[in-house]
Ligand binder design. Sequence first.
Ligand code: SF4
Ligand code: SF4
Length: 220
Amino acid sequence: MARVPVDWALTAVQATMGQAMRAYFRNVYLAIKTILIGLRITLSYCFARTITVQYPDVAPTLQPRFRGFHYYEIEKCIGCEMCAKACPVDCISMSKTGPRRIDKSAGVAVGGAMTSYAIDYSKCMFCALCTYPCPTQCIHMGSVHDMSAFERDSMLVEFTELARQGLQTPLSLWMQKAHLPAWARKARDEWIERGRGRHQLMLQAMQDQRVDKPVAGSGE
Ligand code: SF4
Ligand code: SF4
């Protein structure tokens, strides 16, 4: 009479051990499978043909959604600091002389002058988080991919200085050379041309345009 519960208990123990073993081997299988899935792309590159691109003589191939150095439209910036607040590494700083707002008829910002808008590229990680909250869509990720410099301080780009030259994006040192490969000359000229039509507006953005400001010679 007493053997029945013992047999039942043994069977239950064997079943539990069987389940545990199945779970163990299933975990081993899943671990190996997920590692192989993760390595599939890496392994395919291990056996891919390698190509040396003779940069800068030959243009690098950038993907359509590549995020390069910003381009900034100072004439549309209201200095709200939303971009700076969104930046996870605090690499954007700015200053203005007074509140700015968009003049809808002209499509540009008016009010106080933008006295500074700087990005420290020694910290920037090109995440683009600064571009999303911008209410006037004046800060964008650009396509310039290279900004070599001789000093770390040169990585701090003051966009108001660029705006004075009619530029919206920093151009790398080597791109400022007289003799450039054709692709680089084309890219540089495109960037210079892009800001040229807006240069006057860019200069105005750095001047006080407040309507409550006394007008020179009005006797106020
Ligand atoms: S791209 Fe990212 S890290 Fe760079 S300035 Fe914008 S928010 Fe900051
Ligand atoms: S979020 Fe846009 S408008 Fe506001 S300060 Fe930044 S760049 Fe200028």
